[in-house]
Design a protein around this ligand. Sequence first.
Ligand code: SAH
Length: 346
Amino acid sequence: MTPLKHVLIQLIEENGPLPLSRYMAECLCHPEHGFYMRGEPFGRAGHFTTAPEISQMFGELIGLWIGDLWTQQGMPNSPALIELGPGRGTLMQDARRALHKVPGWPTDAPIHFVEISPALRAEQAQRNTGAHWWHDVTQLAYDGPVYIIANEFFDALPIRQFESTQQGWQERAVYAQNGALGLSPNGLDISAMIPQRLRRADVGEIIEICAPAQSIAQHLAERVAQSSGGALIIDYGYSEYGLGDSFQAIANHAFADPLEAPGEADLTAHVNFAALREAAADRCAVHGPVTQGAFLTELGLLTRAKALGAEADAQRLAGPTQMGDLFKVLAFTPHGSAHPAGFGAA
Ligand code: SAH
């Protein structure tokens, strides 16, 4: 039994079942035992590999995307680079190297990271000296234009799940029995909270809601609208509202049971890009989602891959059966700003 499983079972025995969102937050962010708070989750030796860890081309193209947007916006003074959930800090390091070749870009542009994990902050500092750190994007104080990146950040935010049962819609919660954890409807009918068109879904259907994702998207949209700049959100997920259970665990590069080893596996859910779009739409211009494959290809991935002899990495990033179709890209820009690259014709 993992140390966090002990802690959670005790918590459940004292207070009752935990909503899935609380379980997910504890597994990822518990100060002592949370998955991101311990050691080194990424890379070949860790539990999973992300796009910037596959190839330097990923961060470089994102740097050039920022440079192009900034240039088209008229090179506003004092831009800042902001990243949510920077992992090992590799993407920012690669993006900055590319940005330094963009004519006029200030090479001393400040870097702000939103990161909860002290272990990962230390990794990020090694690759990005002089960066500033925040726990929460709403704390981040900066008045100038902001260029914001979030790669595989939104999938780590805690979701709630609701299930259609014989007794109406109920929230799913984590129970403890004989030392094992289970996930099932909590017995309280909350059908009145469910949109009318879904109330008669088949028994067993599940909907997922990620409240933090929506409020963070709203915040990013407001910031971009007020201060200028742009935001780029990249993650695996779906473009339209839908039903289904996407809660999953990855450990040692393979799918695992998300209730088996709390704190020792990465827990995620697919990102609802339709909800992010909606959260931002009345605040700024929203572009996409487009697939990661289409986005990177439009930015020149294949030319860069040829120059580096890295065609196999390009295939991993953009191939439809690899990351190319599952991963989506969404951007926010201020109303009236130049159309960002990578999202097709304006
Ligand atoms: N962007 C990186 C890492 C993705 S993993 C990459 O592509 O390689 C998710 C990252 O988000 C980690 O750095 C994790 O510590 C951070 N994170 C997860 N939940 C968070 C939260 N609630 N607040 C701030 N950072 C969080």
